[in-house]
Design a protein. Structure first.
Length: 176
């Protein structure tokens, strides 16, 4: 059954898109929640008249998402968690915890449903987390679990020292 979407539906499309869905999905979910209307001649004609307004709203949403991506991309967020002896957490870090940490530390409001975590984090350390901002626009944030930013800086400095030593050894080996 062809329907005209009245808003963004994950996995289906955005406002104004004409998509083909199962009849039961349309009649039992989309129509009662006013997320779509049937793609009749009259509704398609109304869609063409509203197309300019839809495009303007879409451009604003994309610009906002790109600005938010610039704000979030490459940032570090620290999440406090109790850590056991071997780096295993007591409990886990969920998408809601990450969204709260982003709000507190970066002052950016993110819906927990937009945090693409998969499974909760159960191990201390650094983790790359993707945040879906709008359709295909995503930002990657580094989440530090159970570690302080000072410890991360020390690890980075140690890694640089290790790299310098490895390069020196390689240079000596090449000279011989």
């Amino acid at each position: 059954m062809k329907v005209v979407l009245l808003g963004e539906i994950k996995g289906k499309g955005g406002e104004g898109d004409v998509v083909d869905v199962a009849q039961g999905y349309a009649e039992n979910y989309l129509f009662p929640k006013k997320l779509a209307v049937a793609a009749t001649k009259g509704n398609l004609k109304q869609l063409e008249e509203r197309r300019h307004n839809i495009e303007k709203r879409e451009a604003v949403r994309i610009a906002d998402a790109n600005a938010l991506k610039e704000t979030l991309e490459g940032k570090h967020v620290v999440v406090d968690a109790k850590v056991g002896d071997e780096g295993i957490l007591f409990g886990s870090v969920t998408a809601a915890n990450i969204a709260d940490a982003i709000k507190a530390q970066l002052d950016v409001e993110i819906d927990r449903k937009r945090v693409e975590l998969g499974k909760p984090i159960k191990v201390a350390g650094t983790h790359e987390v993707t945040i879906s901002l709008y359709r295909d626009i995503r930002a990657v944030v580094t989440v530090l679990v159970g570690v302080t930013p000072e410890e991360v800086a020390e690890e980075a400095a140690t890694a640089e020292d290790t790299t310098e030593v490895a390069e020196a050894v390689e240079t000596e080996a090449a000279a011989e």
